[in-house]
Design a protein around this ligand. Structure first.
Ligand SMILES: [Zn+2]
Ligand SMILES: [Zn+2]
Length: 171
């Protein structure tokens, strides 16, 4: 995504605003990837103070992931408020100054979008409160049907002890 800031660069203090929308491919991350299920939307206001361009606003999108308990695919909306500075410096200098670089009269927003998504997108979630998950024995999705496997109730730590006690009694 790009933002033309030519009018704002001419007059320091002038405030521009924009609504931008862009599609992004899956974003790689150590240990996985973030898959966006809809385009990234940005609502931004920006101005130039004679040195830096400050961009504030909201980023919103949605991620596709699998329920950590039953593995069903789920979609999670998320949004994040941000405020970032862009300076007319090299990429390396920008990194040292903890801001973003721009050149000419255009802000290239892709790097910032990547950072904001990777830092703020939810990575884990369950499909519903109290998802019953999968049967550890046969793999049945217990939200959808029951199976006849005998299971230890994991939510009750004493259940396992009671079962052990029963086993010992039999010996
Ligand atoms: Zn689930
Ligand atoms: Zn089962």
């Amino acid at each position: 995504m790009e933002l033309n800031i030519a009018p704002e660069l001419k007059i320091a203090g002038r405030i521009g605003s924009a609504h931008l929308c862009g599609e992004y491919p899956d974003m790689e991350l150590a240990g996985g990837a973030v898959a966006l299920s809809k385009p990234v939307e940005l609502d931004v206001r920006y101005s130039f103070d004679g040195e830096a361009v400050t961009l504030t606003g909201t980023l919103a999108s949605a991620v596709r992931m699998n329920c950590t308990k039953c593995n069903e695919e789920i979609i999670r909306d998320f949004s994040v408020d941000f405020s970032e500075r862009f300076l007319k410096v090299s990429e390396n200098e920008a990194e040292e100054l903890e801001c973003y670089a721009y050149s000419g009269d255009t802000l290239d927003l892709d790097r910032m979008v990547h950072d904001l998504v990777l830092l703020n997108a939810p990575m884990y979630g369950t499909c519903r409160p109290g998802c019953k998950g999968l049967c550890p024995v046969c793999g049945t999705n217990l939200n959808k049907s029951q199976c006849s496997c005998s299971r230890v109730d994991e939510s009750n730590p004493f259940a396992a002890l009671l079962e052990l006690k029963e086993l010992l009694k039999d010996d």
